[in-house]
Design a protein around this ligand. Structure first.
Ligand SMILES: [Zn+2]
Length: 570
């Protein structure tokens, strides 16, 4: 008797969770072993693990993440595998096209015998009729699979349609702060949501991600799956709009998204404050330079979108050279994809600092009368003002919550319309009209919502303003006080730097200098007041807002040729 032949048994567990043909890992293994014994062959297991059988793109077709499947093909080509068993052809292949390719180019040319199922029946492949049979069953197999997937999707779409307002859970991971009840709806988890609010609050008040992590870990507050918090997961939480009640379920097949309203844990005010902090901190990270040594690096931004940072170069004859420049070149060298930037010249740091300081101080001082008034009228009742702001914010948040409910009704109607269209319940014309109507209603509601979000933002700015006035009320009236980075933070958002181009000495186009656009946080550029009754100033006044942006120029140092200055004199 010759040596026992090997029966290679390919085993894979489906990760789609939609198709259950009873082929669990244990069942597949057991039957593989039984079939081997019955055929008098040695059981050799090829275990793929769990992988998806969904093919959604051409790339996915050619690059299947199934290492054992690829290895199997090599083993067949090298002549090692002559007998192959699988629970069902759909365990081996993802669709009928893949199955056809495998049979024609791998199995048949290498004369491999394929056995299938509980009894290990050999799949005949020698006559055209055999091939036809295989093709037919393969196509039916795929049809079943696609049907199951379609029904699952339709179920989800229907669920978002009928239950959207209740925040249905459509699968996937559950965000920290929530749980899913037995009817599969999102609910706020009391204990966890407190922690979520705490995390948002801490970050908005300036606690770093690292310190939040330390706080959570040392207070024995644990995330769901791991022992300790990661900076990434806290960061992700802070960015997640889920916590203001906005969630979208995406149909992977059509890439269409279905909005779902979930219970809100944090207010828009808090969420927005956190987003601003995140953007600010993102902008100022990754720079190796001592940024606090320079006055403006937190504010300077190149028109090309890249950061402008400060640098100090030490030279022995002329003393330190201090300048600001756009980072696009350095980022380009690092291989980052950056837009072309014409801001090739650097800015002289001292001159730029002086210019900005003077400008900001002038504008704040010009506005000092207003500020003095503001201080008397508002600061003396600061507590009251703050309460008022808080109450206004609360009312606006209530309106947003109401708009969300209305939006939800629209979302439900939208999904219902989609389902009716897909199931051909409504004529196409009706579908198109309803869709148009609902789309415009959604846009309208979202517009109203974004206005309210903006108003909450303005109220927050007002509150910042009250705080800043409290801190710098002396400096505003004291002309000799120095302008610090912290002072600037209270009044300006950013300074955008663009190149100022023009004709050079040889009539060529060169950069003559830089244009600075200082963006103030408040409309205080040339603001004024208007008395209710100019004859009787006691009757009060109202403040007329000024602009928020002021422009300025820094000329490039031409090396001892102060051409512009001479012009000024003449
Ligand atoms: Zn630039």
């Amino acid at each position: 008797m010759s040596k026992k032949e090997n029966l290679y048994c390919y085993i894979r567990v489906s990760s789609d969770g939609q198709r259950d043909d009873g082929g669990s890992l244990e069942v597949q293994r057991e039957w593989g072993q039984k079939v081997s014994k019955q055929k008098g062959m040695k059981y050799v297991e090829l275990y793929e693990g769990s992988s998806s059988t969904m093919i959604r793109s051409e790339e996915q077709f050619f690059e299947s993440p199934r290492p054992i499947y690829s290895k199997l093909k090599d083993m067949i080509r090298s002549g090692e595998v002559k007998h192959l068993w699988v629970w069902s052809p759909s365990r081996l292949h993802r669709d009928s096209v893949e199955e056809e390719v495998f049979r024609r180019f791998t199995l048949i040319p290498n004369k491999v015998k394929l056995y299938v199922g509980q009894f290990g029946g050999e799949v005949p492949m020698s006559t055209p009729n055999d091939i036809l049979n295989i093709r037919i069953s393969s196509i039916f197999d795929q049809q079943i699979k696609e049907n199951v997937s379609y029904l699952s999707r339709m179920g989800k779409i229907r669920r978002s349609n009928t239950d959207g307002h209740l925040g249905p859970f459509m699968g996937g991971t559950i965000n920290f702060g929530y749980r899913v009840n037995k009817d599969k709806f999102f609910e706020i988890d009391k204990e966890e949501s407190k922690i979520v609010r705490q995390i948002f609050k801490m970050y908005s008040q300036g606690t770093s991600l690292k310190d939040i992590k330390i706080y959570l870990d040392t207070n024995n507050i644990k995330p769901r799956r791991s022992k300790s918090w990661s900076l990434g997961s806290i960061h992700k939480m802070l960015l997640n709009r889920f916590y203001v009640g906005e969630h979208k379920w995406t149909d992977k097949k059509t890439e269409e998204t279905y909005p779902i309203v979930v219970p809100r844990i944090v207010t828009h005010s808090l969420f927005n404050r956190v987003q601003k902090k995140l953007t600010f901190n993102q902008k100022n990270k990754g720079s190796n330079f001592k940024k606090h040594d320079t006055l403006l690096c937190d504010f300077l931004e190149c028109y090309c979108g890249q950061n402008i940072t400060g640098h100090v170069k030490l030279t022995h004859n002329t003393g330190p050279k201090k300048y600001y420049y756009c980072h696009s070149k350095e980022n380009k060298w690092k291989g980052v994809n950056v837009p072309i930037c014409d801001n090739r010249r650097s800015l002289n740091m001292d001159r730029t600092d002086e210019l900005v300081k003077e400008r900001v101080k002038d504008i704040v001082e010009d506005s000092s009368f207003l500020k003095e008034k503001f201080k008397n009228d508002v600061l003396s009742q600061k507590g009251k003002k703050e309460d008022e702001i808080e109450e206004q914010k609360r009312l606006k948040q209530v309106s947003i919550d109401n708009l969300n409910k209305q939006l939800d009704v629209v979302f439900q109607s939208m999904s219902k319309n989609e389902v009716n269209h897909l199931t051909k319940k409504t004529p196409k014309q009706v579908y198109v009209q309803v869709k148009k109507m609902l789309d415009s209603e959604m846009v309208d509601l979202e517009d109203r919502k974004s206005v309210l979000v903006k108003e909450i933002d303005d109220l927050d700015t007002q509150k910042d303003w009250v705080d800043w006035i409290g801190k710098y009320s002396d400096e505003i009236t004291n002309t000799f006080s120095d302008v610090t980075s912290d002072y600037l933070k209270g009044v300006i958002n950013k300074i955008v730097v663009s190149p100022k181009m023009g004709k050079g000495r040889d009539k060529d186009n060169i950069q003559l200098g830089h244009e600075l656009k200082i963006h103030f946080r408040y409309p205080i550029v040339n603001d004024s007041i208007e008395y209710n009754d100019p004859q009787n100033k006691r009757k009060g006044y109202k403040v007329i807002n000024g602009k928020k942006i002021v422009k300025d120029m820094v000329e490039t140092n031409k090396g001892g040729r102060p051409k512009k200055k001479q012009k000024k004199n003449g």
